[in-house]
Design a protein around this ligand. Structure first.
Ligand SMILES: Cc1cc2nc3c(=O)[nH]c(=O)nc-3n(C[C@H](O)[C@H](O)[C@H](O)COP(=O)(O)OP(=O)(O)OC[C@H]3O[C@@H](n4cnc5c(N)ncnc54)[C@H](O)[C@@H]3O)c2cc1C
Ligand SMILES: NC(=O)c1ccc[n+]([C@@H]2O[C@H](COP(=O)([O-])OP(=O)(O)OC[C@H]3O[C@@H](n4cnc5c(N)ncnc54)[C@H](OP(=O)(O)O)[C@@H]3O)[C@@H](O)[C@H]2O)c1
Length: 511
């Protein structure tokens, strides 16, 4: 089977080298222009219109990856076809039309602009492809990040790649039609058989064939999205060039730090995230964090909760909360706190923005994955109006009891508010501890104790229960946490209906 495929490919390449290289070049042009669009984050956030568009735009990263994979596949085709072409251009050197040749003499191995730039493009693409793999991203995100930024060099070289003009067309086809004889050429020299004199004179032309390279088209495809991307980056640079004012830094249990900041004219919706840049840690790295507190009319503060997981978060936390020094102890409080400069880019949209747009929503959080929903809960507490949500199921799974303290105040406050408003059914809370040490909860968080269970949730039972209580409704399922949870929920949402209830999975991408 594989041998057959290989033989077919070889035959196709040898027969149709030029066609394949041209066709794959067009597919490459298209994909090189499309791949940039999902990376225009502000634009994607801006155009999130109807629910259908939003659900499509949530898959923008998948689209970006698909374009990237297509670029790699068609590059292999393009390069293979050109390898055949190079040999053919070289071996089949035309002595009749020297201007048509790419090689300067028969047998020359071509090393012109398209060849050199082509090799560079393949090299960059290979590096980007390898560093984008899941294992590289997970083990060292910086390698992925820095290598991916080679895309700028890639586009510059891509523009130059076409300038060489490897393929040419004849410009004077009327003055020099195919098959005609040059001034001092006889029919025997040209085609082997002898024609009578009048016919020979009729087919004789005085002008030599003239050739011109094809007009490079790559820039026509790529320049629009590239300009859009540059404008978007410039807009984001302008928006994020002033450092934010850090108001409060709170250390929470289980290596979580809460950061509250002020930024002029900053508006955001629950479920959105920002990119943080701290030059004190690294000038080039931007790290995404979901807003756990959005600015409102009464309170301009924006907040995030970050978990220390790697080198950037660790160094950033050290700058925010340095170890106390003895000589600093005697200074007044105001002089003690000197926060690092922090820049905020965004906000950018996320699937959790949709929670309010279903009658019933199920939000499932694993560990620090609770952050997008914290902002949703805060919005409910602040009494946001005008949304569709009638009932919210909230499931939060953590390894340790202490993790619940990150948002224990918020959960209790929302519980009390709904209780006082006589709407206890509105908010259905379930907390799970997967690896408990003890179950002792402080007295003031008592409402949480009664909703706490040990072990992992039994997802099928949970779906059955929600299906029974919300017959013939469409339930929005939102998940943020370890991949295992989202995979299970996605599968359950796609399995047969629960009492006529449909579960619609909203994909959140974590890595
Ligand atoms: C949309 C989104 C929202 C997030 N919200 C939060 C949040 O509210 N709270 C929180 O604690 N964490 C959040 N994260 C995860 C957070 O961005 C990473 O934990 C952080 O960037 C880790 O950086 P590090 O160098 O300390 O760790 P590393 O050890 O370098 O990275 C740990 C993992 O984090 C991811 N990561 C690292 N750097 C980046 C980056 N620049 N961009 C995207 N992913 C990266 C990679 O998957 C990597 O495997 C969010 C991630 C995404 C994609
Ligand atoms: N908006 C975003 O994109 C965003 C925001 C913040 C965080 N995140 C991501 O969220 C994830 C959570 O990080 P974390 O380190 O805090 O999580 P964690 O502590 O590793 O896991 C949280 C809980 O999920 C449970 N769990 C794991 N797989 C499960 C499954 N299949 N079914 C049921 N329960 C399961 C774990 O149980 P066990 O103890 O039994 O394993 C644990 O109790 C990270 O991947 C992070 O990148 C994303």
């Amino acid at each position: 089977m594989y041998v057959c495929v290989c033989v077919c490919v070889c035959v196709c390449l040898s027969q149709l080298g030029l066609c394949i290289s041209r066709a794959s070049a067009t597919v490459l042009n298209l994909n090189c222009s499309l791949v940039l669009l999902p990376m225009c984050r502000s634009l994607v956030t801006f155009v999130r219109g109807t629910r259908m568009t939003r659900r499509l735009l949530d898959k923008s990263k998948t689209f970006h990856v698909a374009c990237g994979v297509a670029i790699c596949i068609f590059s292999v085709m393009h390069v293979s076809a050109h390898l055949v072409n190079v040999v053919r251009f070289s071996v089949r050197y035309s002595d009749d039309f020297p201007a048509l040749n790419l090689a300067r003499y028969r047998g020359e191995l071509l090393s012109l602009v398209p060849g050199v730039t082509g090799v560079l493009l393949v090299l960059i693409l290979f590096l980007m492809f390898i560093s984008s793999s899941y294992c590289v991203r997970m083990s060292n995100y910086e390698i992925f990040w820095y290598t991916h930024n080679l895309f700028i060099v890639f586009y510059v070289i891509l523009m130059i790649h076409m300038v060489g003009g490897a393929l040419k067309y004849q410009t004077n086809i009327e003055a020099h039609p195919p098959g005609c004889f040059r001034a001092n050429q006889s029919s025997t020299e040209q085609q082997g058989d002898e024609l009578d004199t009048s016919e020979e004179e009729e087919r004789r032309c005085n002008e030599d064939a003239r050739f011109q390279p094809h007009y490079p088209q790559t820039w026509l495809w790529v320049s629009g999205p590239l300009c859009l991307y540059c404008v978007e980056r410039f807009y984001r640079y302008i928006q994020s060039r002033d450092p934010v004012t850090i108001v409060t830094v709170i250390r929470h249990p289980c290596d979580v730090v809460e950061l509250r900041m002020l930024k002029k004219n900053f508006k955001a919706r629950p479920g959105q995230h920002i990119l943080l840049n701290c030059p004190g840690v690294s000038s080039f790295e931007n790290h995404p964090f979901t807003l756990t507190m959005c600015p409102t009319e009464n309170k301009e503060t924006l907040g995030i909760h970050l978990r220390v997981v790697g080198d950037w978060t660790e160094r950033f936390t050290q700058l925010l909360l340095p170890e106390p020094r003895i000589d600093m102890e005697i200074l007044p409080m105001a002089q003690k706190r000197r926060y690092p400069k922090v820049y905020v880019d965004g906000p950018f949209g996320g699937p959790s923005e949709e929670v309010f747009n279903y009658d019933v929503s199920l939000c499932v959080a694993g560990g620090i994955g609770v952050t997008p929903f914290a902002c949703v809960l805060r919005a409910l507490l602040d009494g946001w109006m005008g949304f569709r949500l009638q009932r919210l199921y909230f499931v939060w799974v953590c390894k340790e009891l202490q993790s619940f303290y990150w948002f224990a105040e918020l959960l209790c406050a929302l519980h009390h508010k709904l209780w006082n408003e006589n709407r206890p059914d509105y908010f259905n809370l379930k907390l799970y501890i997967s690896q408990p040490d003890s179950l002792q909860v402080i007295e003031k968080y008592r409402p949480l104790t009664s909703r706490m269970q040990i072990g992992r949730p039994r997802w099928k039972l949970l779906f059955d229960e929600i299906g029974k209580s919300n017959k013939h409704k469409r339930v929005g399922v939102f998940c943020c946490g370890p991949k295992g949870i989202s995979r299970t929920l996605h599968r359950l949402c796609n399995s047969p209906q629960y009492n006529g209830t449909t579960f619609e999975f909203n994909k959140e991408s974590f890595s």
